[in-house]
Design a protein around this ligand. Structure first.
Ligand SMILES: Nc1ncnc2c1ncn2[C@@H]1O[C@H](COP(=O)(O)OP(=O)(O)O)[C@@H](O)[C@H]1O
Ligand SMILES: N[C@@H](CC(=O)OP(=O)(O)O)C(=O)O
Length: 570
C-alpha cells in the first residue's frame, strides 16, 4: 500500500502491485489458485460431478435460506445497513462485447472511475466470445479423444486471450492460471467420458466469468481502486437445478444483500461479481441462467440491494428500433416500460436477457441500457411507466426458426377441458409455447425449438408431441416459421395493423397467424422464415424511416393539418 485515493466518498488505499485476494481463501476456486498442482484426479472428480461446490454443510445452509430461517438475521442486517449507510448506488454490468481485450478492460475501469458519485456493484460477463468458445471446446472434447483434448483450437484461443490480457494489464498470471489448468483437465475429463451433460456444460462455461472477474478486480486493485472479486455461486445466488437455464430463487435476494453489505461494512471495496452463474439449490452445483444471463444477475443484485439504478453496458446505443444486423438504420429507443422491454427480450431481441426485467419490475429499479463504446449517448431508460400518449411503434423484433402447430379438435371440439388437455401435453413434455391464437374449431400456437430440453432430440420430441396430441385432435406441424413482433402502443393497434398489412401485401407476404394479447404492447405476426428478414426490413422502413405514419397519426388525433410539429416518438 503506497498512497490513497478518494473514490465513492471513502478513502481508498492504492495498491501498486498484487491484488488483494485473501478474502477468497474459503472459495473453491481460490483453493485451486492456492494449489496449482491440484491433482488430475481431484479436478476430474469435480468435473464429473459437474462442479459441485461444497458438501453437506453448504447444502444445509441453502435449505435454511430457502426455508426462510435466515430471514431474521437478513432483516436485521438490512435494517442496520439502512439507506443512510447504503454502501452502493447502482449496478454496472458489462457484457462480453465490452470486455474483449486488455484495452477494453482499461477503458471500462476508467469509465467506472469517471463516475465518482456512483458506488457501483460491478457485474461482468466472460471476455469477448469466451462462452461460445468454451461450448465449442466442450463439444469437440466429446469426440476428440483424451490425448487430443489439450490441442482443441478453442482452448488455445481462450488461453491466449486470457494470458495476453493479464500480461498487457500487468497482472500476475496466477489470478487465472489455476482456472486455465483446471479447464484443460475438465476437457480431458469430457473426452474420457465421451459425454457432455448439461450440468458439466454449466460448469465448463462458468470458467469464462470466473476468469474475467478475477482479471478485472486485480486490475482495479492495481490502479488503486480497491475491488473484491465474487463468484455469484458463493454469495447466495441460489437457483433451480435446471442446468443451462436456471431460475433465481427468492432466497437469493436477502442472502446477496447481506453478503455484499456486510463485506462493505467490514472492508469497503468495489464488488466485482460473476454474471450468469448460480448454485443449484438441490445439487449445489454451478448453474447458468441462460445465454445472456448476466443481465439477470445485474437486475437481481439491483433488487436485492434496492439500488437507484441498474446500468447494462452494451456495444450499441441502447435498445434499438430493430436488430441492427437486420436494419443498420435502426435508432435507439429513449424510453421503454418494463413490460415493453420484457416483451422485446422474450420475443428475441438479443440485447436483453428475457427474464432480466422481472427483478427490476418487482423492485421498481430503473434499468439503463448504455453503450460502453459511446458512453455519452443517452441510451435507453426502462421504467415502470412512461408517457405513451405520443408513442406508436417502439421496436420490431424477429424470432426465427419457430415451429407453428395447428390443432383441430376431433372428438373434443368446443368441449370443456380441450385446451387444458392440449396444454397439459406440452407441460408433460416440458415444451414452452410462445404465441397462441384460438377459434371455435382450431388452435394455433408457436413453439421455440431452441427451448426444447435437448436440441439434438428436437425431431424426436416433436414426434412424441404429435403422437400425444393426435389422440384428441388433427395436428399439422409447420416448421421454419418466424415470429415478427411489433412492440408498441396497442391503443394504435388498428393503425399499426393497417400499415403492417399494407407493407406485407405490397411485398406479397402471406401472414399465417396473428396474435394480439391483452398485454397492450405486442402484436405478433407469423410468416415463413425465408420471407422474414425482408418483411422486417420493409416494416422498419415504413414505420421508422418514412414520415407516412406521422401524417396518419396527426390526422387521426388532431384532424388534418393541425399540430404539424408533433413528432412521433418511439
Ligand atoms: N433491438 C435491439 N436493440 C439493440 N441491440 C440489439 C437488438 N436486437 C439485437 N441486438 C443485438 O444485441 C447486441 C447487444 O447485446 P449483447 O451481445 O448481449 O451485448 P453484451 O454481450 O455486451 O451484453 C447488439 O450488438 C445487437 O447486435
Ligand atoms: N457469457 C454469457 C453470459 C452473458 O450474459 O453474456 P453477455 O453479457 O456477453 O451477453 C453468455 O455469453 O451468454
Amino acid at each position: 500500500m503506497e498512497a490513497s485515493l478518494h473514490f465513492h466518498g471513502v478513502r481508498i488505499p492504492c495498491y501498486s502491485r498484487t491484488p488483494r485476494l485473501s478474502h477468497l481463501s474459503s472459495k473453491p476456486w481460490l483453493s485451486s489458485v492456492a494449489s496449482p498442482s491440484r491433482s488430475f484426479h481431484a479436478a476430474m472428480e469435480n468435473a464429473c460431478k459437474g462442479g459441485s461446490l461444497r458438501g453437506n454443510s453448504e447444502k444445509k445452509r441453502i435449505e435454511a435460506v430457502l426455508r426462510g430461517e435466515e430471514e431474521e438475521e437478513e432483516e436485521e442486517a438490512t435494517e442496520s445497513h439502512g439507506s443512510d449507510a447504503a454502501p452502493f448506488t447502482c449496478v454496472m454490468k458489462f457484457g462480453g462485447s465490452s470486455l474483449a481485450s486488455a484495452e477494453r478492460i482499461r477503458e471500462i475501469a476508467q469509465l467506472i472511475v469517471s463516475f465518482p458519485d456512483e458506488k457501483p456493484v460491478v457485474v461482468l460477463s466472460a471476455m469477448g466470445k469466451t462462452t461460445n468458445n468454451l461450448l465449442l471446446a466442450g463439444e469437440k472434447a466429446v469426440s476428440c479423444g483424451v490425448s487430443n483434448a489439450s490441442e482443441i483450437e478453442e482452448l488455445s484461443f481462450i488461453k491466449q486471450l486470457h494470458l495476453r490480457t493479464v500480461r498487457e494489464l500487468g497482472i500476475d498470471s496466477s489470478v487465472i492460471s489455476a482456472h486455465l489448468e483446471e479447464l484443460e483437465q475438465l476437457l480431458k475429463g469430457i473426452a474420457m467420458m465421451k459425454e457432455l451433460t448439461l450440468r458439466t456444460r454449466d460448469y465448463l462455461v462458468s470458467f469464462g466469468e470466473c476468469m474475467s472477474t478475477r482479471i478485472f478486480a486485480a486490475y482495479l486493485n492495481n490502479i488503486g481502486v480497491k475491488a473484491r472479486q465474487y463468484d455469484a455461486f458463493d454469495i447466495g445466488f441460489i437457483t433451480t437445478d435446471d442446468f443451462t437455464n436456471a431460475d433465481i430463487l427468492e432466497g437469493t435476494y436477502p442472502s446477496v444483500a447481506k453478503r455484499l453489505n456486510d463485506d462493505w461494512i467490514s472492508d469497503p471495496a468495489i464488488p466485482v461479481v460473476t454474471g450468469f452463474l448460480g448454485k443449484g439449490s438441490k445439487s449445489c452445483a454451478v448453474t447458468t441462467l441462460g445465454r445472456g444471463g448476466s443481465d439477470l444477475t445485474a437486475t437481481t443484485i439491483g433488487k436485492s440491494l434496492g439500488l437507484r439504478e441498474v446500468q447494462v453496458w452494451k456495444d450499441v446505443d441502447g435498445v434499438l428500433t430493430c436488430d441492427p444486423s437486420i436494419c443498420p438504420d435502426a435508432e435507439p429507443v429513449p424510453y421503454l416500460t418494463f413490460d415493453e422491454a420484457a416483451e422485446l427480450a422474450y420475443f428475441g431481441a438479443q440485447v436483453l436477457h428475457p427474464q432480466s426485467m422481472r427483478p427490476a419490475r418487482d423492485g421498481e429499479i430503473p434499468v439503463r441500457v448504455k453503450n460502453s463504446y459511446n458512453p455519452k449517448a443517452p441510451g435507453t431508460l426502462i421504467t415502470k411507466t412512461r408517457d405513451m400518449s405520443k408513442a406508436v411503434l417502439t421496436s420490431i423484433v424477429l424470432k426465427q426458426n419457430v415451429t407453428l402447430l395447428d390443432i383441430v379438435s376431433t372428438r373434443m371440439l368446443g368441449q370443456v377441458g380441450f385446451l387444458a388437455k392440449v396444454f397439459s401435453t406440452f407441460e408433460d413434455l416440458g415444451i414452452s409455447v410462445d404465441v397462441v391464437a384460438t377459434s371455435e374449431v382450431s388452435l394455433s400456437l408457436t413453439l421455440d425449438p431452441s427451448k426444447f430440453w435437448s436440441r439434438e432430440l428436437i425431431q424426436q420430441e416433436l414426434d412424441k408431441m404429435e403422437e400425444e396430441l393426435e389422440k384428441i385432435a388433427f395436428v399439422n406441424l409447420l416448421q421454419r416459421r418466424s415470429i415478427i413482433s411489433l412492440i408498441g402502443n396497442v391503443q394504435y393497434s388498428s393503425l399499426i395493423l393497417e400499415k403492417a398489412f399494407h407493407v406485407l401485401r405490397t411485398n406479397q407476404v402471406n401472414v399465417q397467424m396473428i396474435s394480439q394479447g391483452a398485454s397492450k404492447v405486442n402484436i405478433s405476426l407469423i410468416v415463413n422464415d425465408s420471407e422474414a428478414e425482408k418483411c422486417v426490413k420493409a416494416l422498419h422502413h415504413a414505420f421508422f424511416e418514412s414520415d407516412d405514419l406521422l401524417v396518419v397519426v396527426l390526422e387521426s388525433e388532431f384532424g388534418n393539418g393541425s399540430a404539424a410539429l408533433l413528432p412521433i416518438e418511439t
